[in-house]
Write a protein that binds this ligand. Sequence first.
Ligand code: TYM
Length: 334
Amino acid sequence: PTRVLTGITTSGTPHLGNYAGAIRPAVAASHVPGVESFYFLADYHALIKVQDPARVQRSTLEIAATWLACGLEPDKVWFYRQSDIPEIPELTWLLTCVAGKGILNRAHAYKAAVDKNRAEGEDDDAAINAGLFMYPVLMAADILLFNAHKVPVGRDQVQHIEMARDFGQRFNHLYGEHFTLPEAVIEAQVATLPGLDGRKMSKSYDNTIPLFAPRPTLKKLIASIVTDSRAPGEAKDADSSNVFALYQAFATPAETAAMRAAFERGIGWGDAKQALFERIDAELAPQRERYEALMAKPAEIEAILRDGAQRLRVAHATPLLARLREAVGLRDLS
Ligand code: TYM
């Protein structure tokens, strides 16, 4: 079967970008026959940015409840928490020793942090932890450990998947064909969802719409999306509009075409936002209800995650690590 794998960092409350870019396509793929799916909570990755234990724990619960509320079936897919699989940090080290440092120097997230330091007149690496630098190697271990073929992600993650291919290839070249080289899968019409201010929707920009915000909050946040100042009756440019980009991610092609026509006819921003609110709310309302019920049962979620990790270690992680240790020379001496 084709193996599909993706993760979400447990550094905050899940937002519409996580949903449209990762969760929705992943849950849909998990229902396709012949697909084996791996969905996990990237809590080791969270520690790079969040050093607030309560926040990491809360986010882990929220993201787990989100996956389950969105239709993930934990007895049909592999659903687990990264930190419950000790083979992941173990593989991270094996990959660290084949990963080119020069490649890591070019990782977008690290480079952006260096550029920010330079702009502020600081040393290049001021206040940058080594975790940020090593981020792509940990992510490569997540992917390669399970020999995933496809990794559905938003466009921001594509470089990381290319790096995973690179590290996997180097390892295979040195030690034999152990790893499948993964491919990124991007849903074209939702590649990058904009946030309230028009930049990429991201926890780091504080411009997100939380996936399961209560209805009145959802409405208020949508009303605050930045638009141009064209009045009702004036034709509007759909392709440069954040409201349109969000609408498109939640509407059928026919609804999207109708909205494009309405933009050309000069729909007012208030009406366009109302249509967006209704579209999103219609899709999310049933899942919001399930989410709220799940958030009240953290012990059940904990049991699901532990069980998933335990079975996955036995089925995949432990035997593969044993082969890899053998391959690199960490061997029984007798
Ligand atoms: P994270 O937690 O930043 O985001 C989780 C997923 O949501 C997607 N995404 C978006 N998609 C569209 N529009 C947006 N505005 C938007 N914001 C976020 C991301 O592309 C991602 O698919 N490093 C990863 C987590 C990770 C992972 C992995 C993913 C760790 N190991 C292995 C895949 C495979 C991350 O921080 O995603």
